[in-house]
Design a protein around this ligand. Structure first.
Ligand code: 5GP
Ligand code: SF4
Ligand code: MG
Length: 465
């Protein structure tokens, strides 16, 4: 998901809408904006679909006045399966002691089921099926004297991954979980402050990048400035390495590194680790593009656009049901036949999850008369589900969970298939010595099976680590 918040500028919700538009790649199912103004109190609008189709009309934006606003774009991970219900669209807000609060959450709470049971037993009334709503109820029940302290109290009970943008009637609040799994950055406008999942959304409103919120840090922002708190026991950070590979936009800066450059590095590493003789290097657009450029630069094999993407389709994987995802590939991608015919083609993609995309693309490329098809993948085999906010399917549906590299090659029917090694990926993100196996620098659970936070709810449901 994508989260964004603005304090200290007239009609803050307009800025939030723009910010969310720049974060649309992080979630396309639905979006919501909450604002506060003294005359109306909290105002909220939640809609299915793209930001540009919902939060550009004057009729909607007029209902969101005030100088303080937060928003969220949704990509469903937990909560309602299949189609999202509007009640699960964030931000959530609740009025309770001291005026209440609204929150937007990116990540996934790994002990949400047990928290929810406990809260319901004690009388909480849930409005949604979302794990994030627990935070509001925990805050409402806390006995602390002000809302930021209630939030600290609440979050100390919560396990898993959370980057949060929240607001009270007067404050904008940002928090990252102790491991800092999901991103969150601070920006500055001429007359106010901004919190955003990624830096690309600061650019769109002309905000200046100040810094990242640190893992385990809470910032409380008012007109007077930014106050920093550290409510959790300090831990070594474990940022999601897959943000570098796929999730973030290439024009964002993560941990001081350009995402684009990292992806190009991944392509270079891949070319070193898994060279092959071929005529063309083609990306599977758009997610494979920077890595394909890197592969081409390193190998000297010409880069070409062998697959053309229809710009008016969303990301396939983010469509929530399998049947839509299955069709999605053809609706979105088409082979550039004139270029491909008779050629030995290297296809570079960011990841293989179920293998749906790769299988369809291979068929399309062979139909177009390619002589050979070689897949090069910019991440190691995805063999484990993510429980921290990226929607990977159950373990059985992951191709790499049940098949070796050779079996996958055969299953996909390609001439070769190679994934970057985990060490190679770490080198590409700037860890010269590769992965520190005693104390990994990133979360890489979907590749390694080493979960930095125990997925308690999943274990209860029978998941075996
Ligand atoms: P598959 O078709 O193998 O199930 O999915 C892999 C494709 O989904 C890749 O092309 C990748 O770009 C795309 N994708 C979109 N969202 C995600 C995501 O959240 N995780 C992963 N691993 N891949 C995703
Ligand atoms: Fe990121 Fe994978 Fe860890 Fe999920 S499991 S947070 S996708 S690295
Ligand atoms: Mg892709």
């Amino acid at each position: 998901c994508g989260i964004f918040g603005v304090l200290g500028t007239m009609d803050a919700a307009n800025f939030v809408a723009l910010g969310l538009h720049a974060l649309q790649h992080r979630g396309q199912e639905a979006g919501g904006i909450v604002s506060y103004d003294p005359d109306h109190g909290f105002n909220s609008a939640r809609r299915f679909g793209y930001v540009r189709d919902n939060f550009t009309s004057q009729k909607v934006m007029e209902t969101l006045p005030g100088a303080l606003s937060i928003g969220h774009v949704r990509y469903s991970t937990t909560g309602s399966k299949g189609q999202t219900a509007i009640r699960d669209v964030q931000p959530f807000f609740g009025e309770f002691a001291m005026g209440g609060a609204a929150i937007a959450h990116n990540g996934n709470i790994t002990n949400a089921d047990s928290l929810r049971r406990e809260l319901i037993e004690r009388g909480s009334i849930f409005q949604s099926s979302s794990d994030s709503e627990c935070i509001i109820h925990l805050m409402a029940r806390s006995l602390q004297r002000n809302i930021p302290e209630r939030m600290e109290d609440a979050l100390r009970r919560v396990e898993g991954a959370f980057s949060i943008v929240a607001m009270t009637r007067t404050k904008l609040i940002g928090v990252r979980d102790p491991l800092g799994v999901r991103p969150l950055v601070l920006g500055k406008l001429e007359t106010g402050y901004v919190l955003s999942s990624e830096t690309c959304a600061l650019d769109i409103i002309g905000a200046e990048f100040v810094r990242e919120i640190e893992p385990g840090e809470m910032v409380v922002i008012t007109e007077k400035g930014v106050e920093s708190h550290h409510p959790f026991r300090p831990q070594k950070s474990r940022f999601c390495i897959f943000e570098h590979v796929y999730f973030s936009r290439p024009d964002s800066i993560l941990g001081g590194r350009s995402v684009y450059e990292t992806r190009e590095n991944i392509g270079r590493e891949l070319a070193k680790e898994a060279p092959v003789e071929a005529d063309l290097v083609c990306p599977v657009p758009d997610s494979g593009t920077p890595a394909a450029i890197g592969y081409s630069l390193e190998s000297g094999i010409p880069y070409a656009m062998g697959i053309i993407r229809n710009q008016y389709m969303g990301r396939t994987f983010i469509e929530p049901t399998e049947s839509i995802r299955n069709m999605g590939v053809r609706l979105k991608l088409n082979v550039n036949r004139a270029l491909i015919k008779g050629k030995r083609v290297i296809l570079v993609d960011d990841s293989v999850v179920r293998g749906t995309t790769s299988r369809k693309i291979k068929e399309m490329i062979l139909d177009a008369g390619a002589a050979e098809v070689h897949f090069r993948i910019a991440s190691p085999p995805t063999a484990w589900p993510c429980f921290y906010g990226v929607d990977t399917p159950q373990r059985e549906k992951l191709l790499a969970a049940t098949m070796s590299e050779e079996e996958m090659t055969e299953h996909l029917g390609v001439d070769s298939l190679k994934f970057i090694s985990l060490d190679g990926l770490y080198r590409a993100v700037g860890e010269a010595k590769g992965r520190d196996n005693d104390s990994p620098q990133y979360c890489d659970a979907c590749f390694s099976g080493e979960y930095p936070v125990e997925p308690a709810d999943q274990i209860e449901k029978g998941f075996e680590m």
